[in-house]
Design a protein around this ligand. Structure first.
Ligand code: SF4
Ligand code: SF4
Length: 182
C-alpha cells in the first residue's frame, strides 16, 4: 500500500466513501462500516515501524507465531507487510483470537489514555459529537475490564508519533505508568 494512503484528508476519503457509514459500539467492540472497503489498519503499513497489538494473558501461546508477527510473547504486531491474519475477505481469525486492539480501533489505548487514529476514515469523516460518543463507550467498556487487562493491552508510542498520528480524547482508563510488557 502506498504511504500516501495514510495521509488522506477528509476530501479524499469522501471520494472513496461518498456516504457516511455506521460506526457503533456493539457487543464489546466497534462495528465499523468502513472497514470492509478500507483494511488500512490491517494491511501493509506505510513505514517499517511495527505497530504493537498486545495480547491478553489467555491469548498467549506458540500458535501465535502462525497468526501474527510477534514483538514479544504478549505482543503481536503489524509492520510493512501488515498483519499475517489478513486474508482476501478480511480477518481470518475468530474474535477471541484477535488482539483486543482490533475491536477497539480506531480508538487506541496508549499508556492508559484513549486516542483516535487520525488516518481512519471513521475518524476523519465523523463529527466531534460522534467521536466523543464513541470514545465514551470505549471508556465505559475498558473501565469494566480488570485493570491488569487494560494495562496489558495498553501500548506505548513515542510522543512525537502520538502528536502526528493520533487525536487525544482526554479520557483516561487508568493513571500511572504504564503498560505491561513481556
Ligand atoms: S483504518 Fe478504520 S475503517 Fe480502515 S480498517 Fe482500520 S478501523 Fe476500519
Ligand atoms: S488480527 Fe485480524 S483484525 Fe487484527 S490486525 Fe490482524 S487481520 Fe486485522
Amino acid at each position: 500500500m502506498e504511504k500516501s494512503v495514510f495521509l488522506r484528508n477528509r476530501a479524499e476519503w469522501e471520494k472513496i466513501f461518498p456516504l457516511k457509514r455506521n460506526v457503533n459500539w456493539t457487543g464489546g467492540k466497534i462495528e465499523n462500516g468502513y472497514c470492509a472497503d478500507c483494511r488500512l489498519c490491517c494491511g501493509p503499513q506505510g513505514d517499517d515501524d511495527p505497530f504493537p497489538m498486545a495480547l491478553l494473558d489467555e491469548q498467549t501461546g506458540p500458535a501465535n507465531a502462525l497468526d501474527f508477527f510477534m514483538m514479544d510473547s504478549h505482543t503481536a504486531c503489524l509492520g510493512r507487510d501488515g498483519c499475517k491474519s489478513l486474508g482476501p475477505a478480511g480477518c481470518k481469525l475468530e474474535q477471541s483470537r484477535r488482539p483486543p486492539a482490533c475491536g477497539l480501533f480506531p480508538v487506541v489505548l496508549i499508556d492508559g489514555r484513549l486516542y483516535f487514529y487520525k488516518a481512519c476514515p471513521a475518524v476523519t469523516l465523523a463529527s466531534s459529537q460522534e467521536l466523543e460518543a464513541l470514545a465514551l463507550k470505549a471508556l465505559k467498556y475498558l473501565k469494566n475490564l480488570p485493570e491488569k487487562d487494560c494495562r496489558r493491552i495498553s501500548i506505548s508510542i513515542p510522543a512525537d508519533e502520538i502528536a502526528k498520528k493520533y487525536i487525544d480524547t482526554g479520557l483516561e482508563v487508568f493513571v500511572g505508568i504504564k503498560s505491561l510488557r513481556g
